[in-house]
Write a protein that binds this ligand. Structure first.
Ligand code: DP6
Length: 325
C-alpha cells in the first residue's frame, strides 16, 4: 500500500532541550511551537513484498545515516501494524537543505503520517504525535494544526502534542534567515545530552511550567510585545545552557550576533520584531503582518544573509493524493 503526506516544519517558542528518556524521546520539559507554512516535507511510503530491503531516498539521494533512523521508524510502524513488508520511502523538502533549516521535524512528521496510512494503521492525531515523537521529538509538534503544545508526559502514552490555537488565530509572520550552513557535528543530539549534566539546566526546569503557562496566555491575548520579549529570552536561555555545557557548544556565528543587534536596534526605531534561534546559527524573526514589508526591505540590504523565507502559521501534517513515485 502506498500513501503520501505533507508536513510543515515548526519553530518552538518554548524549547525542547534535554531528554529524560532517550530511547522513547521523552522530553525534560513541555514545549510550545507554531507550524511554518513555507518549510515543508512531502514523503511517499510504499510497503510491498516486492522490496527485498527498505529503500530510502531523501532529496534525490540515498543517505546512509538518515536511512538508519528512517528504518528504525519503519520498524516501529511495522511492529504496530503487524506487517513484515519492506518499504520504499521517497522524501523531498520544498526548501533547499543547504539553507540549514531543521528538517527532522517535518521529515519525521511526514514519514509517520504516510507510513501509518500505507501500513493501514488507523491512528488518532494523538497517537500519530506519540509515534512521530519517537522518530524525532520536535516532529510530534508538526502534526496538529497551528500553534501547538507538546506535553512532557510521564511515559510513552502521556507525552503527546495537541493544537492550542488554529493557524489563522494570530497573523504573525516568521521569517527564517539563513546566515550559515549548519554543521552536522553540533546538531541538537549532543546538546540534548549535555544539558542534563549542566547545573543551570535544573534552574531552567524549575521555571519552565510557569513560562509555558505565560506564553499560552500571551498568544491567547495576542500580546505581541510581551510574547516577543519572552521568546527572545527563551532562545537566549537555550543558548546559555549550550554555552555552559561541558564541553561547551557555541551554535552562533558572528553574523548571528550582528542580526540580533540589528533587530534590537530596529525596535528602538519603533519597528517591532523579535528573534528566536534553534540549535544552529540561523535566526527566526517573528513579526506582525503589518511590519513585514519594512522588515523584508531591511533584511534584503544585509549582505551576510544567504536566504530568507517568509512563513505564516500553518496547518499540521495531512495526507495528499499525489504520490512522489
Ligand atoms: C533546538 O527534535 O531535533 O530545535 O528528538 O533528537 O530528534 P531529536 O531532537 P530535535 O530537537 C529540537 C531542538 C530544538 C528546540 C525545539 O524544536 O523545541
Amino acid at each position: 500500500m502506498k500513501a503520501t503526506a505533507i508536513a510543515p516544519a515548526n519553530i518552538a517558542f518554548i524549547k525542547y532541550w534535554g531528554k529524560k528518556d532517550e530511547r522513547l524521546r521523552l522530553p525534560a520539559n513541555g514545549s510550545i511551537s507554531v507550524n511554518l507554512s513555507n518549510l515543508q516535507t512531502i514523503t511517499t511510503v510504499d510497503f510491498s513484498a516486492d522490496y527485498q530491503e527498505d529503500i530510502v531516498i531523501i532529496n534525490h539521494k540515498k543517505d546512509k545515516k538518515e536511512a538508519t533512523r528512517v528504518v528504525e521508524h519503519l520498524n516501529r510502524i511495522r511492529h504496530l501494524a503487524g506487517i513484515k513488508n519492506r518499504a520504499m520511502v521517497v522524501s523531498q523538502n520544498n526548501f533547499p537543505t543547504a539553507t540549514g533549516l531543521a528538517s527532522s521535524a517535518s521529515g519525521f512528521a511526514a514519514l509517520t503520517v504516510a507510513a501509518a496510512s500505507a501500513a493501514s494503521l488507523n491512528l488518532s492525531e494523538k497517537e500519530l504525535t506519540i509515534l512521530a515523537r519517537q522518530g524525532s521529538g520536535s516532529a510530534c509538534r508538526s502534526i496538529p494544526d497551528g500553534f501547538v503544545e507538546w506535553f512532557e508526559g510521564k511515559n510513552n502514552e502521556t507525552s503527546y502534542a495537541h493544537s492550542i490555537f488554529p493557524a489563522d488565530y494570530w497573523s504573525i509572520r516568521i521569517i527564517t534567515i539563513t546566515l550559515a550552513y549548519e554543521s552536522k557535528e553540533v546538531g541538537s543530539s549532543l546538546g540534548h545530552k549535555l544539558a542534563l549534566a549542566n547545573p543551570f539546566f535544573k534552574t531552567r526546569l524549575l521555571r519552565i511550567n510557569e513560562k509555558i503557562k505565560r506564553i499560552k496566555r500571551l498568544i491567547k491575548e495576542k500580546n505581541f510585545r510581551q510574547f516577543g520579549e519572552m521568546i527572545e529570552r527563551e532562545a537566549l536561555e537555550l543558548h546559555a545552557i549550550a554555552l555552559t555545557s561541558d564541553p561547551p557548544i557555541i551554535y552562533w556565528q558572528p553574523e548571528t550576533v550582528k542580526i540580533i543587534n540589528l533587530i534590537r536596534l530596529w525596535r528602538k526605531e519603533n519597528l517591532s520584531a523579535y528573534f528566536t534561534i534553534d540549535a544552529g546559527p540561523n535566526i527566526f524573526l517573528v513579526c506582525e503582518e503589518k511590519n513585514l514589508n519594512k522588515l523584508i526591505a531591511k533584511l534584503n540590504k544585509i549582505k551576510e544573509i544567504k536566504k530568507i523565507i517568509i512563513n505564516s502559521p500553518s496547518r499540521g501534517t495531512r495526507l495528499i493524493s499525489k504520490h512522489l513515485f
